[in-house]
Design a protein around this ligand. Structure first.
Ligand SMILES: CCCC/C=C/CC(=O)SCCNC(=O)CCNC(=O)[C@H](O)C(C)(C)COP(=O)(O)OP(=O)(O)OC[C@H]1O[C@@H](n2cnc3c(N)ncnc32)[C@H](O)[C@@H]1OP(=O)(O)O
Length: 395
Protein backbone atom coordinates (compact mmCIF):
# COMPACT_ATOMS: atom_id res chain seq x y z
CA UNK A 1 0.00 0.00 0.00
CA UNK A 2 1.41 3.37 -0.92
CA UNK A 3 1.22 5.53 2.16
CA UNK A 4 2.78 8.54 0.54
CA UNK A 5 1.02 11.05 2.74
CA UNK A 6 2.19 9.42 5.93
CA UNK A 7 5.67 10.87 5.65
CA UNK A 8 4.26 14.37 5.54
CA UNK A 9 3.47 15.07 9.15
CA UNK A 10 4.12 11.86 10.92
CA UNK A 11 4.64 11.55 14.67
CA UNK A 12 3.11 14.96 14.96
CA UNK A 13 6.29 16.34 13.50
CA UNK A 14 7.90 13.73 11.27
CA UNK A 15 9.48 15.25 8.25
CA UNK A 16 12.56 13.89 6.60
CA UNK A 17 15.23 16.46 6.08
CA UNK A 18 17.61 14.49 3.97
CA UNK A 19 19.85 17.48 3.44
CA UNK A 20 20.73 17.79 7.11
CA UNK A 21 23.40 15.18 7.42
CA UNK A 22 24.00 16.10 11.02
CA UNK A 23 24.04 12.72 12.67
CA UNK A 24 27.04 13.78 14.73
CA UNK A 25 25.30 16.63 16.53
CA UNK A 26 25.39 16.26 20.33
CA UNK A 27 21.68 15.50 20.63
CA UNK A 28 22.14 12.39 18.54
CA UNK A 29 24.95 11.08 20.67
CA UNK A 30 22.55 11.01 23.60
CA UNK A 31 22.62 7.65 25.28
CA UNK A 32 19.07 6.42 25.67
CA UNK A 33 18.72 3.78 28.32
CA UNK A 34 15.74 1.90 29.65
CA UNK A 35 15.20 2.77 33.28
CA UNK A 36 12.72 1.25 35.65
CA UNK A 37 10.68 4.45 35.19
CA UNK A 38 10.71 4.13 31.39
CA UNK A 39 11.50 7.02 29.08
CA UNK A 40 11.24 10.43 30.68
CA UNK A 41 9.60 13.31 28.86
CA UNK A 42 13.04 14.75 28.02
CA UNK A 43 14.17 11.50 26.31
CA UNK A 44 10.90 11.43 24.43
CA UNK A 45 11.18 15.01 23.21
CA UNK A 46 14.75 14.37 22.22
CA UNK A 47 13.67 11.29 20.23
CA UNK A 48 10.98 13.34 18.50
CA UNK A 49 13.67 15.79 17.42
CA UNK A 50 16.00 13.02 16.29
CA UNK A 51 13.35 11.69 13.94
CA UNK A 52 13.52 14.97 12.06
CA UNK A 53 17.21 14.45 11.53
CA UNK A 54 17.14 10.95 10.10
CA UNK A 55 19.02 10.78 6.83
CA UNK A 56 17.32 7.69 5.53
CA UNK A 57 13.56 7.29 5.02
CA UNK A 58 12.62 4.51 7.46
CA UNK A 59 9.74 3.33 5.28
CA UNK A 60 5.99 3.55 5.69
CA UNK A 61 5.68 0.73 8.16
CA UNK A 62 8.08 2.32 10.62
CA UNK A 63 6.57 5.74 10.05
CA UNK A 64 3.15 4.37 10.92
CA UNK A 65 4.55 2.83 14.08
CA UNK A 66 6.18 6.16 15.00
CA UNK A 67 2.94 7.98 14.33
CA UNK A 68 0.91 5.55 16.46
CA UNK A 69 3.36 5.61 19.36
CA UNK A 70 3.56 9.40 19.27
CA UNK A 71 -0.23 9.73 19.38
CA UNK A 72 -0.50 7.15 22.16
CA UNK A 73 2.28 8.82 24.14
CA UNK A 74 0.76 12.29 23.86
CA UNK A 75 -2.99 11.66 23.69
CA UNK A 76 -3.48 8.16 25.07
CA UNK A 77 -5.67 5.49 23.40
CA UNK A 78 -7.13 6.24 19.96
CA UNK A 79 -9.95 8.75 20.44
CA UNK A 80 -10.99 9.72 16.92
CA UNK A 81 -13.65 8.16 14.67
CA UNK A 82 -12.45 5.54 12.21
CA UNK A 83 -11.84 7.11 8.77
CA UNK A 84 -13.85 5.85 5.82
CA UNK A 85 -12.84 2.73 3.91
CA UNK A 86 -11.41 4.67 0.99
CA UNK A 87 -9.46 7.18 3.04
CA UNK A 88 -6.53 4.77 2.89
CA UNK A 89 -3.80 6.86 4.45
CA UNK A 90 -5.79 8.14 7.39
CA UNK A 91 -7.27 4.69 7.89
CA UNK A 92 -3.78 3.12 8.03
CA UNK A 93 -2.74 5.75 10.57
CA UNK A 94 -5.90 5.26 12.59
CA UNK A 95 -5.46 1.46 12.50
CA UNK A 96 -1.87 1.75 13.71
CA UNK A 97 -2.87 3.99 16.62
CA UNK A 98 -5.97 1.99 17.47
CA UNK A 99 -3.91 -1.24 17.47
CA UNK A 100 -2.02 0.05 20.50
CA UNK A 101 -5.20 -0.36 22.53
CA UNK A 102 -4.74 0.72 26.13
CA UNK A 103 -0.96 0.79 26.03
CA UNK A 104 -0.01 3.23 28.81
CA UNK A 105 1.39 6.62 27.72
CA UNK A 106 4.61 5.89 29.61
CA UNK A 107 5.16 2.63 27.72
CA UNK A 108 4.34 4.30 24.42
CA UNK A 109 6.95 6.99 25.16
CA UNK A 110 9.52 4.32 25.97
CA UNK A 111 8.69 2.35 22.81
CA UNK A 112 8.98 5.52 20.74
CA UNK A 113 12.40 6.28 22.24
CA UNK A 114 13.55 2.67 21.65
CA UNK A 115 12.28 2.69 18.08
CA UNK A 116 14.08 5.94 17.27
CA UNK A 117 17.21 4.66 18.96
CA UNK A 118 17.06 1.56 16.72
CA UNK A 119 16.55 3.72 13.64
CA UNK A 120 19.51 5.86 14.57
CA UNK A 121 21.85 2.92 15.04
CA UNK A 122 20.80 1.33 11.74
CA UNK A 123 21.26 4.68 10.04
CA UNK A 124 24.67 5.18 11.70
CA UNK A 125 25.91 1.79 10.57
CA UNK A 126 24.27 1.55 7.18
CA UNK A 127 27.62 1.25 5.45
CA UNK A 128 29.04 -1.14 7.99
CA UNK A 129 28.53 -4.83 8.60
CA UNK A 130 25.51 -5.10 10.87
CA UNK A 131 26.14 -6.17 14.45
CA UNK A 132 23.87 -8.56 16.35
CA UNK A 133 22.21 -5.62 18.13
CA UNK A 134 21.46 -3.93 14.83
CA UNK A 135 19.67 -6.99 13.56
CA UNK A 136 17.25 -6.91 16.49
CA UNK A 137 14.11 -5.09 15.46
CA UNK A 138 13.11 -2.23 17.76
CA UNK A 139 9.59 -1.27 18.76
CA UNK A 140 8.41 -4.57 20.24
CA UNK A 141 7.99 -5.11 23.97
CA UNK A 142 6.90 -8.71 24.08
CA UNK A 143 8.78 -10.16 21.11
CA UNK A 144 12.38 -10.36 20.01
CA UNK A 145 12.60 -10.12 16.25
CA UNK A 146 15.78 -10.74 14.33
CA UNK A 147 16.62 -11.19 10.67
CA UNK A 148 19.59 -13.23 9.55
CA UNK A 149 20.37 -15.52 6.63
CA UNK A 150 17.11 -14.51 4.91
CA UNK A 151 15.16 -15.78 7.92
CA UNK A 152 13.04 -13.52 10.11
CA UNK A 153 12.70 -15.00 13.58
CA UNK A 154 9.82 -13.91 15.82
CA UNK A 155 10.52 -15.02 19.37
CA UNK A 156 7.81 -14.85 22.04
CA UNK A 157 9.56 -13.17 24.94
CA UNK A 158 7.73 -13.53 28.27
CA UNK A 159 9.61 -16.53 29.61
CA UNK A 160 8.65 -15.84 33.26
CA UNK A 161 4.99 -16.21 32.24
CA UNK A 162 5.64 -19.19 29.97
CA UNK A 163 5.13 -16.91 26.97
CA UNK A 164 1.41 -16.58 27.68
CA UNK A 165 -0.11 -14.35 25.01
CA UNK A 166 -1.32 -10.96 26.25
CA UNK A 167 -3.50 -8.60 24.24
CA UNK A 168 -0.41 -6.51 23.53
CA UNK A 169 1.41 -9.62 22.33
CA UNK A 170 -1.34 -10.57 19.86
CA UNK A 171 -1.11 -7.04 18.45
CA UNK A 172 2.68 -7.09 18.26
CA UNK A 173 2.59 -10.48 16.53
CA UNK A 174 0.20 -9.08 13.92
CA UNK A 175 2.53 -6.13 13.33
CA UNK A 176 5.54 -8.46 13.16
CA UNK A 177 3.82 -10.71 10.61
CA UNK A 178 2.88 -7.71 8.52
CA UNK A 179 6.51 -6.52 8.59
CA UNK A 180 7.89 -10.00 7.86
CA UNK A 181 5.56 -10.38 4.88
CA UNK A 182 7.26 -7.34 3.34
CA UNK A 183 10.89 -7.68 4.40
CA UNK A 184 13.48 -9.40 2.24
CA UNK A 185 13.51 -12.67 4.19
CA UNK A 186 12.40 -15.87 2.50
CA UNK A 187 11.16 -17.74 5.59
CA UNK A 188 9.52 -16.62 8.85
CA UNK A 189 10.03 -18.55 12.05
CA UNK A 190 8.16 -18.49 15.37
CA UNK A 191 9.71 -19.76 18.57
CA UNK A 192 9.59 -19.17 22.32
CA UNK A 193 12.16 -17.84 24.77
CA UNK A 194 12.74 -20.02 27.85
CA UNK A 195 11.40 -23.44 28.72
CA UNK A 196 7.95 -23.02 27.11
CA UNK A 197 6.95 -22.39 23.52
CA UNK A 198 3.78 -20.76 24.84
CA UNK A 199 1.13 -21.46 27.47
CA UNK A 200 -1.54 -20.01 25.16
CA UNK A 201 -3.88 -17.17 25.89
CA UNK A 202 -2.85 -15.17 28.94
CA UNK A 203 -5.75 -15.70 31.31
CA UNK A 204 -5.30 -12.20 32.73
CA UNK A 205 -6.71 -11.00 29.40
CA UNK A 206 -10.08 -11.95 30.83
CA UNK A 207 -9.64 -9.91 33.99
CA UNK A 208 -9.07 -6.51 32.39
CA UNK A 209 -12.72 -5.49 31.95
CA UNK A 210 -13.48 -2.28 29.97
CA UNK A 211 -16.21 0.25 30.94
CA UNK A 212 -18.66 -1.58 28.65
CA UNK A 213 -18.44 -4.66 30.89
CA UNK A 214 -17.73 -8.29 30.09
CA UNK A 215 -19.90 -8.26 26.96
CA UNK A 216 -17.69 -5.60 25.46
CA UNK A 217 -14.60 -7.51 26.60
CA UNK A 218 -15.85 -10.69 24.90
CA UNK A 219 -16.70 -8.80 21.74
CA UNK A 220 -13.29 -7.09 21.59
CA UNK A 221 -11.51 -10.36 22.28
CA UNK A 222 -13.42 -12.12 19.49
CA UNK A 223 -12.42 -9.35 17.05
CA UNK A 224 -8.82 -9.56 18.19
CA UNK A 225 -8.82 -13.34 17.84
CA UNK A 226 -10.35 -13.22 14.36
CA UNK A 227 -7.87 -10.57 13.17
CA UNK A 228 -4.96 -12.45 14.70
CA UNK A 229 -5.81 -15.76 13.04
CA UNK A 230 -6.57 -13.99 9.73
CA UNK A 231 -2.95 -12.81 9.69
CA UNK A 232 -1.78 -16.44 9.79
CA UNK A 233 -4.25 -17.51 7.11
CA UNK A 234 -3.03 -14.75 4.78
CA UNK A 235 0.68 -14.88 5.57
CA UNK A 236 2.36 -15.22 2.17
CA UNK A 237 5.76 -16.76 3.01
CA UNK A 238 6.66 -20.18 4.38
CA UNK A 239 5.91 -20.06 8.11
CA UNK A 240 7.83 -22.34 10.45
CA UNK A 241 7.22 -23.11 14.14
CA UNK A 242 10.29 -24.06 16.14
CA UNK A 243 8.51 -25.53 19.15
CA UNK A 244 11.15 -25.41 21.87
CA UNK A 245 8.93 -26.63 24.74
CA UNK A 246 5.33 -27.20 25.83
CA UNK A 247 2.59 -25.49 23.83
CA UNK A 248 -0.95 -24.87 25.11
CA UNK A 249 -4.25 -23.64 23.66
CA UNK A 250 -4.02 -21.20 20.79
CA UNK A 251 -0.25 -21.78 20.53
CA UNK A 252 -1.16 -25.33 19.45
CA UNK A 253 -4.24 -24.74 17.33
CA UNK A 254 -2.56 -22.12 15.16
CA UNK A 255 0.10 -24.69 14.22
CA UNK A 256 -2.41 -26.11 11.74
CA UNK A 257 -1.83 -22.95 9.69
CA UNK A 258 1.98 -23.27 9.69
CA UNK A 259 3.95 -24.83 6.83
CA UNK A 260 6.52 -26.64 8.96
CA UNK A 261 6.43 -27.55 12.65
CA UNK A 262 9.74 -28.65 14.18
CA UNK A 263 9.55 -29.81 17.78
CA UNK A 264 12.01 -30.55 20.55
CA UNK A 265 11.31 -33.89 22.20
CA UNK A 266 10.54 -31.82 25.35
CA UNK A 267 7.55 -30.22 23.63
CA UNK A 268 3.98 -31.21 24.44
CA UNK A 269 0.77 -30.18 22.69
CA UNK A 270 -2.29 -29.48 24.82
CA UNK A 271 -5.66 -27.95 23.94
CA UNK A 272 -7.66 -28.16 27.20
CA UNK A 273 -10.69 -26.26 25.91
CA UNK A 274 -13.36 -28.32 27.66
CA UNK A 275 -11.48 -27.89 30.96
CA UNK A 276 -11.75 -24.13 30.45
CA UNK A 277 -15.33 -23.99 29.21
CA UNK A 278 -14.01 -22.95 25.80
CA UNK A 279 -14.10 -24.22 22.25
CA UNK A 280 -11.47 -24.59 19.48
CA UNK A 281 -10.00 -21.62 17.64
CA UNK A 282 -7.22 -20.94 15.13
CA UNK A 283 -9.21 -22.88 12.48
CA UNK A 284 -8.35 -26.09 14.36
CA UNK A 285 -11.96 -27.32 14.11
CA UNK A 286 -11.13 -27.71 10.40
CA UNK A 287 -7.35 -28.18 10.21
CA UNK A 288 -6.99 -30.77 12.99
CA UNK A 289 -9.53 -33.31 11.62
CA UNK A 290 -7.95 -32.77 8.20
CA UNK A 291 -4.43 -33.30 9.51
CA UNK A 292 -4.97 -36.18 11.95
CA UNK A 293 -8.43 -37.54 11.16
CA UNK A 294 -11.58 -36.81 13.18
CA UNK A 295 -11.02 -39.37 15.93
CA UNK A 296 -7.62 -38.07 17.00
CA UNK A 297 -8.74 -34.45 16.58
CA UNK A 298 -11.65 -35.11 18.94
CA UNK A 299 -9.30 -36.55 21.56
CA UNK A 300 -7.31 -33.32 21.51
CA UNK A 301 -9.94 -30.66 20.92
CA UNK A 302 -12.86 -32.05 22.90
CA UNK A 303 -11.23 -34.24 25.54
CA UNK A 304 -8.05 -32.20 25.98
CA UNK A 305 -5.62 -35.11 25.50
CA UNK A 306 -2.07 -33.79 25.82
CA UNK A 307 0.24 -35.16 23.11
CA UNK A 308 3.97 -35.74 23.41
CA UNK A 309 6.09 -34.47 20.53
CA UNK A 310 6.35 -38.05 19.23
CA UNK A 311 2.56 -38.47 19.29
CA UNK A 312 2.04 -35.11 17.59
CA UNK A 313 4.48 -36.24 14.90
CA UNK A 314 2.60 -39.53 14.48
CA UNK A 315 -0.65 -37.54 14.04
CA UNK A 316 0.91 -35.29 11.39
CA UNK A 317 0.71 -32.06 13.43
CA UNK A 318 4.50 -31.98 13.76
CA UNK A 319 6.84 -32.27 10.77
CA UNK A 320 9.84 -33.61 12.65
CA UNK A 321 11.01 -34.15 16.23
CA UNK A 322 14.60 -33.55 17.36
CA UNK A 323 16.39 -34.44 20.60
CA UNK A 324 16.36 -31.37 22.83
CA UNK A 325 20.17 -31.45 23.17
CA UNK A 326 20.68 -30.87 19.44
CA UNK A 327 17.35 -29.22 18.62
CA UNK A 328 18.51 -25.65 17.94
CA UNK A 329 21.60 -26.67 15.98
CA UNK A 330 19.80 -29.18 13.75
CA UNK A 331 16.76 -27.02 13.11
CA UNK A 332 18.68 -23.87 12.24
CA UNK A 333 21.08 -25.73 9.96
CA UNK A 334 18.06 -27.10 8.11
CA UNK A 335 16.30 -23.74 7.93
CA UNK A 336 19.39 -21.91 6.70
CA UNK A 337 19.64 -24.38 3.83
CA UNK A 338 15.94 -23.95 3.00
CA UNK A 339 16.21 -20.16 3.12
CA UNK A 340 18.57 -20.24 0.14
CA UNK A 341 15.95 -21.81 -2.13
CA UNK A 342 14.21 -19.66 -4.71
CA UNK A 343 12.18 -17.06 -2.87
CA UNK A 344 9.65 -16.61 -5.65
CA UNK A 345 9.13 -20.32 -6.18
CA UNK A 346 8.56 -20.88 -2.47
CA UNK A 347 6.09 -18.02 -2.16
CA UNK A 348 4.16 -18.93 -5.27
CA UNK A 349 3.99 -22.57 -4.18
CA UNK A 350 2.61 -21.49 -0.82
CA UNK A 351 -0.04 -19.36 -2.53
CA UNK A 352 -1.09 -22.28 -4.73
CA UNK A 353 -1.46 -24.57 -1.72
CA UNK A 354 -3.20 -21.99 0.51
CA UNK A 355 -5.47 -20.40 -2.10
CA UNK A 356 -7.51 -23.60 -2.41
CA UNK A 357 -9.00 -23.02 0.99
CA UNK A 358 -8.32 -19.45 2.03
CA UNK A 359 -11.94 -18.40 1.84
CA UNK A 360 -13.03 -21.43 3.80
CA UNK A 361 -10.42 -20.78 6.49
CA UNK A 362 -11.58 -17.17 6.90
CA UNK A 363 -15.19 -18.33 7.27
CA UNK A 364 -14.21 -20.97 9.84
CA UNK A 365 -12.15 -18.43 11.75
CA UNK A 366 -15.07 -16.01 11.89
CA UNK A 367 -17.40 -18.75 13.11
CA UNK A 368 -15.00 -20.06 15.77
CA UNK A 369 -14.44 -16.50 17.04
CA UNK A 370 -18.18 -15.85 17.17
CA UNK A 371 -18.79 -19.01 19.18
CA UNK A 372 -15.95 -18.21 21.57
CA UNK A 373 -17.38 -14.76 22.18
CA UNK A 374 -20.41 -16.53 23.68
CA UNK A 375 -18.34 -19.12 25.55
CA UNK A 376 -16.27 -16.43 27.29
CA UNK A 377 -19.48 -15.14 28.88
CA UNK A 378 -20.39 -18.56 30.26
CA UNK A 379 -20.12 -19.39 33.96
CA UNK A 380 -17.98 -22.41 33.07
CA UNK A 381 -15.36 -20.26 31.43
CA UNK A 382 -15.35 -17.56 34.08
CA UNK A 383 -15.08 -20.15 36.87
CA UNK A 384 -12.16 -21.84 35.10
CA UNK A 385 -10.28 -18.54 34.87
CA UNK A 386 -10.99 -17.74 38.52
CA UNK A 387 -9.86 -21.24 39.53
CA UNK A 388 -6.54 -20.69 37.77
CA UNK A 389 -5.89 -17.44 39.57
CA UNK A 390 -6.99 -18.78 42.93
CA UNK A 391 -4.48 -21.60 42.32
CA UNK A 392 -7.19 -24.24 42.52
CA UNK A 393 -6.52 -25.40 38.97
CA UNK A 394 -3.49 -25.84 36.80
CA UNK A 395 -3.38 -27.83 33.60
C1 LIG B 1 -8.08 -12.99 22.63
C2 LIG B 1 -7.78 -14.31 22.02
C3 LIG B 1 -8.14 -15.45 22.90
C4 LIG B 1 -7.71 -16.75 22.32
C5 LIG B 1 -8.04 -17.91 23.19
C6 LIG B 1 -7.23 -18.95 23.32
C7 LIG B 1 -7.55 -20.11 24.21
C8 LIG B 1 -6.35 -20.67 24.89
O1 LIG B 1 -5.20 -20.43 24.58
S1 LIG B 1 -6.73 -21.74 26.17
C9 LIG B 1 -5.21 -22.01 27.03
C10 LIG B 1 -4.99 -21.03 28.12
N1 LIG B 1 -3.84 -21.41 28.88
C11 LIG B 1 -3.91 -21.99 30.08
O2 LIG B 1 -4.97 -22.27 30.59
C12 LIG B 1 -2.60 -22.27 30.76
C13 LIG B 1 -2.61 -21.80 32.18
N2 LIG B 1 -1.32 -22.07 32.79
C14 LIG B 1 -1.04 -23.21 33.46
O3 LIG B 1 -1.83 -24.10 33.58
C15 LIG B 1 0.35 -23.30 34.03
O4 LIG B 1 0.85 -22.03 34.26
C16 LIG B 1 1.31 -24.10 33.11
C17 LIG B 1 0.90 -25.56 33.08
C18 LIG B 1 1.33 -23.52 31.70
C19 LIG B 1 2.77 -24.00 33.66
O5 LIG B 1 2.78 -24.45 34.99
P1 LIG B 1 4.13 -24.28 35.86
O6 LIG B 1 3.84 -24.78 37.22
O7 LIG B 1 5.27 -24.87 35.14
O8 LIG B 1 4.39 -22.70 35.89
P2 LIG B 1 3.52 -21.58 36.61
O9 LIG B 1 4.13 -21.26 37.94
O10 LIG B 1 2.09 -21.92 36.62
O11 LIG B 1 3.72 -20.36 35.60
C20 LIG B 1 4.71 -19.34 35.77
C21 LIG B 1 4.00 -18.00 35.76
O12 LIG B 1 3.36 -17.84 34.51
C22 LIG B 1 1.96 -17.57 34.70
N3 LIG B 1 1.21 -18.16 33.58
C23 LIG B 1 1.54 -19.26 32.88
N4 LIG B 1 0.64 -19.46 31.91
C24 LIG B 1 -0.26 -18.47 32.00
C25 LIG B 1 -1.42 -18.14 31.26
N5 LIG B 1 -1.83 -18.87 30.21
N6 LIG B 1 -2.11 -17.05 31.61
C26 LIG B 1 -1.71 -16.27 32.65
N7 LIG B 1 -0.60 -16.54 33.40
C27 LIG B 1 0.10 -17.63 33.07
C28 LIG B 1 1.63 -18.25 36.02
O13 LIG B 1 0.48 -17.68 36.58
C29 LIG B 1 2.90 -17.92 36.81
O14 LIG B 1 2.80 -16.58 37.20
P3 LIG B 1 3.33 -16.10 38.63
O15 LIG B 1 4.80 -16.43 38.64
O16 LIG B 1 3.04 -14.67 38.70
O17 LIG B 1 2.58 -16.92 39.66
Amino acid sequence: MALVGVSGRLAGCYCLRAVRSSLQVPALQLHISKTAMGACQKDFESAVNQVKLLKKDPGNEVKLKLYALYKQATEGPCNTPKPGLFDLINKAKWDAWNALGNLPKETARQNYVDLVSGLRSSSDSSSQVKSEADKKRAGYDTLVITSEDCITKIMLNRPAKKNALTTQMYREIMLALEAASKDDSTITVFTGNGDYYSSGNDLTNFTDIPPGGIEEKAKNSAILLRDFVDCFIDFPKPLVAVVNGPAVGIAVTILGLFDLVYASDRATFHTPFSHLGQTPEGCSSYTFPKIMGPAKAVEMLIFGKKLTAGEAYAQGLVTEVFPDSTFQKEVWTRLKAYSKLSQNAMHISKQIIRNHEKEKLHAINAEESRILQERWLSDECMNAVMDFFSRKAKL
